[in-house]
Design a protein around this ligand. Structure first.
Ligand SMILES: C[S@@+](CC[C@H](N)C(=O)[O-])C[C@H]1O[C@@H](n2cnc3c(N)ncnc32)[C@H](O)[C@@H]1O
Length: 304
């Protein structure tokens, strides 16, 4: 006899659980009077597991006040999407996780948003959101796939149109992928993009993997089954090699990504041995790039 096992809150494991962690950070931000955004669904999606993960991974001051990187990052991606998405645009969230932008942002008419992630995460999200009966503010389609494999067919099956202008975003994703797959994801997005398309990503620097004081944090991630694998110190080169025309690279706390939440102004650019992370946008002004070779070297290698 076949027994159907119902999905429960425990069904997420490994890197899928990190989606609850970032949802918990958004719930914490939403509770602040000076919040940078309002995510009314974040607490529901994070659940007790998300709060526990937030406490587990954020130590010291970050545990008490909240690490400013996550709210800054979310607000920055919100702003890029608000500025970039025009009527009839496609939006693709790679590693969308428990992001609720489809439900909480105002979208231009005709926007189609594709949420790409593992099936377990998308199922969990659907079930949780069904409890409050919320509906997306644009046409939202889910794409269950593995971003370390061939994900293009699943996106096309979901109705993605390579001839339409697209805005891609990958928030909190690329450093969980092997270097070659992170590069392939950025390249694949460029190949699937029409003229005028854009991409926004966050990346981490390689210093994080060398700094002794980062080691306990990295070890915790690895023990949780969600190691950080990929970093680059040349984010512009990473995007260029993928076929994108780089527009802007900034860092949380620096110009354009401060929001008054990081008074000291981010990590000084010329200061060695500090953990760095990058927020980058790029575009495709003239349409699809000539295909870069599949064996083009990644801008930086694997760290695990
Ligand atoms: C830290 S979470 C970020 C989620 C969301 N973008 C956010 O900012 O809250 C990382 C997400 O990437 C997804 N992810 C990581 N590796 C993946 C893979 N190989 N295929 C599909 N999704 C993946 C995880 O399932 C998770 O939802």
């Amino acid at each position: 006899m076949r027994v159907e096992v119902a999905a429960t809150d425990d069904d997420l494991s490994g890197v899928a659980r990190t989606a609850r962690w970032t949802a918990a950070a958004r719930a914490r931000e939403t509770a602040r009077p000076d919040r940078l955004f309002d995510d009314p669904y974040a607490a529901l999606l994070a659940g007790a597991d998300g709060e526990a993960l937030l406490r587990h991974f954020h130590t010291g001051r970050a545990a008490a006040d909240g690490n400013p990187v996550l709210p800054i990052r979310t607000r920055w991606f919100d702003d890029v999407l608000r500025d970039s998405v025009t009527e009839g645009c496609q939006v693709v969230g790679l590693g969308a996780g428990l992001d609720t932008r489809a439900y909480r942002l105002d979208w231009p008419a005709g926007t189609v948003l594709f949420e790409v992630d593992q099936a377990s995460v998308l199922t969990y999200k659907r079930r949780r959101l069904a409890r409050v009966g919320t509906v997306p503010r644009c046409e939202c389609r889910t794409v269950a796939t593995d971003l370390t494999g061939e994900w293009e067919p699943a996106l096309l099956d979901a109705g993605f149109d390579p001839a339409a202008r697209t805005v891609w975003f990958a928030e909190g994703l690329l450093f969980y992928l092997p270097a070659a797959r992170a590069a392939a994801a950025a390249r694949q997005a460029a190949r699937l993009s029409a003229a005028g398309s854009r991409i926004a990503v966050d990346l981490i620097g390689t210093g994080i993997f060398r700094l002794r004081y980062m080691r306990p944090f990295l070890d915790k991630l690895a023990r949780a089954g969600s190691p950080w694998r990929f970093g680059t110190d040349t984010p512009a080169e990473f995007l260029r090699q993928a076929g994108w025309a780089v527009e802007r690279i900034t860092e949380p706390g620096a110009a354009g990504a401060n929001y008054g939440r990081w008074p000291q102004g981010g990590v000084p650019a010329d200061f060695p041995n500090l953990p760095r992370s990058y927020l980058a946008t790029a575009g495709l002004p003239t349409g699809r790039p000539g295909p870069p070779p599949d064996d083009a070297p990644a801008a930086s290698g694997d760290h695990r």
